[in-house]
Write a new protein. Structure first.
Length: 79
């Protein structure tokens, strides 16, 4: 499978993929969480695949970044 955000194969990521929950029962996508964090911070756009990141997803991305030791970037601090 390919990350729909970064177009990078999820199976080749050097860290576990992030489980992005879609709204309205549209399921879960496995995405490159580090790419999402950097992209949101660089573009200052909290919309991913047509949906705004929720407060819960921001907290989950911060925990994921910390757990996977992907750097010190935290979306919550940017708000």
């Amino acid at each position: 499978a390919v990350c729909p955000v970064s177009s990078f194969p999820v199976s080749l990521l050097p860290y576990p993929p992030f489980r992005l929950r879609r709204s309205a029962g549209r399921g879960v996508l496995f995405v490159d969480g580090a790419f999402i964090v950097v992209r949101v911070l660089a573009e200052w756009n909290f919309e991913i695949l047509g949906e705004m990141l929720t407060e819960e997803e921001i907290d989950r991305l911060d925990a994921y970044t910390r757990r996977c030791k992907l750097g010190t970037f935290r979306l919550r601090h940017a708000l």
